[in-house]
Design a binder for this molecule. Structure first.
Ligand SMILES: Cc1cc2nc3c(=O)[nH]c(=O)nc-3n(C[C@H](O)[C@H](O)[C@H](O)COP(=O)(O)OP(=O)(O)OC[C@H]3O[C@@H](n4cnc5c(N)ncnc54)[C@H](O)[C@@H]3O)c2cc1C
Length: 451
């Protein structure tokens, strides 16, 4: 009798370099390629993420010759029902390595469904890179060295002409979520991911070391949404990198993603809670009008506002800008990092709980930070340094487009700074920096403020 396997696509919406998919194909004569739209996606994800996912599923369906099963509901019920209706013998997927996915797996196993799992969305599965005494790393640089020394497998090719089971029409509930009006999301899907990576290697990877900090140019790869949805595997990326300075720095960035996944794996509470518990005692302000101004890109600090508007318009924000707006929220507005992290999770199409929560905690000073001082980014100086001509600011803040690079970072010093209705500053950065250091003093953290 012929065998049927279900392959459950989750954060691996691709055919190439997908060992778990190959395992399902090897084991069975026919495969049911499945994506489940559960509540987290259908009800809790923001409109940007849903639109990106819908586009990615459409692209995956095309690669599967129109055979992708897409079913809404609770994974246990969906899989049980599918197994019985289509007479499937086994269920395959990759390991998720994030608290939400792991909880879903536990429910599945508890219901008696055996899940055959292989591989993950990382070059090296979280938990594997350990110190000599078998404890996890807490600091990035030694993790990076050990991660490199550990090494990873070569990518595997896409399957050749597998037998997909054709879905009944009612089992193909491809969502028709479109981008919110006026919002331009980057192209989703495996093909787009591979094309973007190829283009990055050709045009930007060599200059990446310097260009990656300039938000006004296309100096980074923008592969984060593709990595988040597994439209490309990091092994595919790593295999194509050489030893030039730009490639070396890029490899280190990929390793940050792996490091944070490892840290979250060992400390699952840090998805929402403090990595350094001392900071829980810090005095924070409740989110109110200033928080709303931050969310809307109306703080009166041009670099911060441009970044927040970029997030809402594109579902993505440049890394330098993420650090600056996060620092501004926590250290200028004294609002706890989780409020900002939640806002990011709502809009980002690359939302990733490990990189997001730890990116926030790194900036807030309560994360895996080897820095000996308490970092407070100056939003004006960051703008001057990384957006000297105001290209990034002008792109997102038309109210400031008439100003030159000299004036744009401090419109309050220009006679015409507010002539097009740009908002006034909601705080005084110098004063709030001192306030932040005073609050740090109250919790008697041993780290010394930078002079
Ligand atoms: C407050 C804050 C929140 C963040 N939230 C997320 C998030 O939800 N999802 C997410 O993928 N990244 C997050 N990051 C990390 C980083 O900002 C993005 O990965 C990066 O901006 C994505 O753009 P890119 O693909 O062009 O990056 P590139 O510069 O081209 O880097 C290539 C890849 O390396 C990885 N990478 C680069 N920098 C980092 C970093 N600092 N931490 C972890 N991985 C990194 C990403 O996978 C990225 O796609 C956050 C950073 C901060 C400071």
């Amino acid at each position: 009798m012929s065998k049927r396997a279900i392959f459950w696509f989750r954060r691996d919406l691709r055919l190439a370099d997908n060992p778990a998919l190959l395992a399902a194909i090897d084991e069975a004569d026919e495969v049911i390629p499945l994506f489940i739209l559960d509540d987290e996606i259908s009800e809790r994800a923001g409109a940007h993420r849903r639109a990106y996912l819908a586009a990615s599923l459409k692209s995956l369906n095309e690669s599967l010759n129109g055979n992708l099963f897409v079913i809404s509901g609770n994974p246990v019920e969906v899989i049980k029902d599918l197994m019985s209706r289509y007479k499937a013998d086994s269920v395959h997927s990759a390991f998720p390595f994030a608290p939400y996915g792991e909880a879903r797996d536990a429910e599945l196993k508890a219901s008696g469904i055996e899940l055959q799992q292989l591989g993950s969305g990382y070059a090296i599965a979280p938990g594997r890179v350990r110190k000599g005494d078998d404890t996890p790393y807490r600091v990035y640089t030694p993790f990076y060295r050990a991660w490199l020394a550990h090494g990873w497998r070569a990518p595997v090719a896409a399957p050749k002409n597998p037998n997909w089971v054709a879905p009944k029409k009612s089992d193909q509930q491809l969502p028709d979520w479109n981008s919110p009006e006026g919002i331009q999301l980057q192209e989703a899907g495996e093909k787009a991911a591979l094309a973007r990576f190829k283009n990055f290697l050709k045009k930007a990877a060599d200059d990446y070391g310097d260009a990656r900090n300039i938000p006004g140019i296309e100096g980074t790869s923008r592969l984060s949404p593709h990595l988040r949805w597994g439209e490309i595997h990091p092994r595919t990326i790593l295999a194509a990198l050489g030893n030039s300075a730009g490639h070396e720095i890029y490899r280190k960035e990929i390793a940050w993603r792996e490091f944070y996944a490892d840290v979250l794996h060992h400390n699952p509470h840090t998805s929402r809670d403090y990595y350094d518990a001392k900071f829980k005692k810090m005095r924070y302000d409740k989110p109110g009008k200033q928080f709303t101004a931050w969310c809307e890109g109306k703080t009166g600090f041009p670099f911060v506002d441009a970044a927040m508007r970029q997030l809402v318009q594109e579902g993505w924000m440049h890394n330098r800008a993420r650090m600056v707006v996060a620092s501004f929220l926590v250290k200028d507005l004294h609002i706890e990092w989780q409020h900002g992290a939640n806002f990011f999770m709502k809009y980002l199409i690359d939302n990733d709980v490990a990189s997001n929560s730890h990116g926030w905690q790194w900036t807030a000073g309560c994360g895996t930070d080897a820095s000996p001082y308490y970092r407070v980014f100056n939003p004006i100086e960051q703008g001057r340094r990384f957006d000297p001509d105001g290209v990034y600011i002008k792109k997102y803040i038309p109210e400031l487009s008439h100003l030159t690079g000299d004036d744009i970072h401090e419109p309050w010093d220009s006679d015409s700074g507010y002539k097009n209705g740009y908002v006034k500053r909601i705080v005084d950065h110098a004063a709030e920096r001192l306030e932040s250091l005073a609050r740090l003093e109250e919790i008697k953290v041993t780290k010394e403020p930078k002079p």
